[in-house]
Design a protein around this ligand. Structure first.
Ligand code: FES
Length: 132
């Protein structure tokens, strides 16, 4: 059996949503200290819906495929749904990852959570500024 599924290879070779959103509503950056890979997610959120998402990943092929698939899974989704995205769901959508590569999908889950936390924090600040 091939080590990587066709979906992993496809998202590694043709990653979706690569890039930067300059005026992002939420940005999250995470890294894995062991392998040194870094993932950065940018979210554009309109009326609680993720209208756009882009990523930059300096890492292995599985990390690139995981970020690409994760962006596809949350694009167009409400923030509440994106919060629930797990690394398992990302790996399943890729038709699986080898056990020792599961941490690459964890990076994608963490990057999205971190970008959403950044969004919530910024939103909280502007909401309280609006009340002043
Ligand atoms: Fe660390 Fe893939 S080897 S993210």
């Amino acid at each position: 059996m091939a080590l990587y599924s066709e979906k992993v290879m496809d998202h590694f070779r043709n990653p979706r949503n690569v890039g930067v959103i300059e005026d992002a509503d939420g940005v999250g950056e995470v890294g894995n200290a062991k392998c040194g890979d870094i993932m950065k997610m940018y979210l554009k959120i309109d009326d609680g819906i993720i209208s756009d998402v882009k990523f930059e990943t300096f890492g292995c092929g599985s990390a690139i495929a995981s970020s690409s698939m994760a962006t596809e899974l949350i694009k167009g989704q409400p923030v509440s749904e994106a919060m629930k995205l797990t690394n398992k769901a990302v790996a399943e959508a890729l038709d699986g990852l080898p056990d020792y590569k599961m941490h690459c999908s964890v990076l994608a889950e963490e990057a999205i959570r971190s970008a959403l936390a950044d969004y919530e924090q910024k939103k909280g600040q502007s909401d309280s500024a609006a009340k002043d």
